[in-house]
Ligand binder design. Structure first.
Ligand SMILES: [Cu+2]
Length: 496
């Protein structure tokens, strides 16, 4: 159902139903067409004078403590945020394939939280399922073996109905898996490898984060006017005339970025969610949705000394609520000449395509329909909740929605052809391969050619993925627009 139709339905069926003020005023003050025009806040670019913060690098054994702490998102304006160690966000894990990681975690918040290891193949009991809460003041030891190819993962809270707020307030961090195979490629490392967690924040005049989505913002996702990288607005990083590896996480709640370089140069995609691609792909821009990662190589060798190149987000089409504005994200200043002998390997990773013929089942998920409030279900006094569904259902922790046989291969189809909002769909407990996209952009994009755990289905699109389920247990799959997820756009699947 289109948002328009949904609101018409709701408008006809509001007698006796308590409807939140934001929707009432929306309906009263605007006509239905105007409701379709809900858009992201206009991005306000900063001065690009703050030096890019690089989160501390840690390994197994380092304790994380989710708690309120002070940080300056805007230069000179220190405010309380949430973080896992020092300041906003969390440290960057860097661990070796095959190692066992132990993370003593304490919940220093005044409400429940937990940690989901997004992009790590960990046992279901360690995955941060919304069932597995760490109560306020309590601790939990996360421990798991890293048994997967080198990749850029991340971590963030996953308490149902609170994920959006806790991530927006600052709880997230990067998790890098390394392997001897990847080391042998001699990709740019050390100072030439930059972890970049890109997020948008909504700040008050003091620079404090505000999180209070209206109904309209639950519809489109909660977005902010301030773009941050590693927790700082408008940062600058000095670089030399070499090739840099940028590991990018879109850690935003709802904002999609069309990443590009301000000098119009192409760049290379070498990896995505689940590790390196088979071979590098040259692109001019890359659309990265919440939850997705991009591993990029950017060549500054032909940039004139003492000039600037911005990482920016270009405008993009296909979404009414965002994409109309282009804006700068961060600045690179090329301030030193260095000789670069780096040659991009022609082959990066041995990836085997899962044969569609090996799939024993196809499951279809309609993600383009919003809950029909007239049909009862999740309506009533909580009319604000449960507008986003998968196959008409909202999350119920006690219900297993899909039962999957261990080691079987299946095709899952996310159908957003009737929808009018983008939905980045994320599966826990596995990687998958994208096998087709019909409607909308109509093809598989360069960064979708490797292993994925999150795939964007734009309005009008149907995306098919193929998955081999090799890990037992109860996991969730959901939309990674965190307001949609908190609204219930999440189901359980069990592998056994
Ligand atoms: Cu969604």
């Amino acid at each position: 159902m289109k948002r328009n139709d949904f609101l018409k339905t709701l408008g006809l069926g509001t007698a006796g139903v308590l409807v939140g003020e934001s929707l009432l005023s929306g309906c009263m003050n605007h006509d239905m067409a105007a409701m379709d025009m809900v858009t992201a806040p206009t991005v306000v670019e900063g001065a690009f004078t703050t030096v890019l913060p690089i989160p501390e690098t840690i390994t197994s054994g380092t304790a994380l403590n989710a708690r309120s702490q002070s940080a300056a998102i805007l230069a000179g304006k220190t405010e309380q945020v949430l973080g896992y160690k020092n300041g906003i966000l969390g440290p960057t894990f860097r661990v070796q394939r095959g190692s066992t990681v132990t993370i003593p975690f304490t919940n220093g918040l005044s409400e429940v939280t937990n940690i989901h290891w997004h992009g790590l193949l960990v046992p279901a009991s360690m995955d941060g399922h919304p069932d597995q809460m760490v109560m306020a003041g309590q601790s939990f030891n996360y421990t798991f073996k890293i048994d997967q190819t080198a990749s850029t993962a991340w971590y963030h809270p996953h308490p149902h109905e609170k994920t959006g707020k806790q991530v927006f307030m600052g709880l997230a961090g990067m998790f890098i898996v390394e392997s001897p195979e990847e080391k042998a490629l001699n990709l740019p490392s050390g100072n030439y490898e930059l972890p970049l967690v890109i997020q948008d924040k909504r700040l008050d005049t003091n620079g404090a984060i505000m999180y209070s989505p209206t109904l309209e913002e639950v519809m489109i996702g909660y977005m902010g006017e301030t773009i941050t990288v590693n927790g700082a607005n408008a940062p600058v990083q000095n670089v030399t005339t070499r090739t840099y590896r940028l590991r990018i996480v879109n850690g935003s709640n709802g904002r999609i970025y069309s990443l590009a370089l301000s000098n119009g140069n192409s760049f290379m995609v070498i990896g995505s969610d689940g590790g390196l691609l088979a071979a590098p792909e040259t692109v001019m821009s890359l659309l990265l949705a919440p939850g997705e990662r991009a591993d990029l190589l950017v060549d500054f060798s032909k940039v004139a000394l003492n000039s600037d190149v911005f990482l920016q987000s270009n405008s993009f089409s296909g979404v009414s609520s965002q994409g109309s504005q282009s804006f700068k994200i961060m600045k690179f200043t090329v301030n030193k000449a260095e000789t670069d002998t780096f040659k991009i390997p022609t082959l990066l990773n041995s990836l085997t395509s899962i044969s569609a013929a090996s799939a024993i089942k196809t499951r279809t998920f309609d993600i383009g329909v919003m809950m029909d409030m007239g049909s009862g279900g999740h309506g009533g006094s909580m009319a604000m909740k449960g507008m986003h569904t998968i196959n008409g259902k909202v999350f119920n922790s006690n219900r297993i929605d899909e039962s999957v046989t261990l080691n079987s291969t299946e095709i899952w189809e996310f159908d957003n052809t009737k929808g009018d909002e983008p939905h980045p769909m994320h599966l826990h407990g596995t990687f998958f391969q994208v096998i087709s996209r019909t409607g909308g952009r109509g093809n598989i994009l360069p960064h979708e050619k490797g292993l994925k755990d999150t795939v964007l289905a734009m309005p009008g699109e149907k995306v098919r993925i193929i998955v081999k389920f090799e890990h037992t247990g109860k996991f969730v799959f959901h939309c990674h627009n965190l307001e949609h997820e908190d609204d219930g756009m999440m189901l359980n699947f069990e592998v056994k």
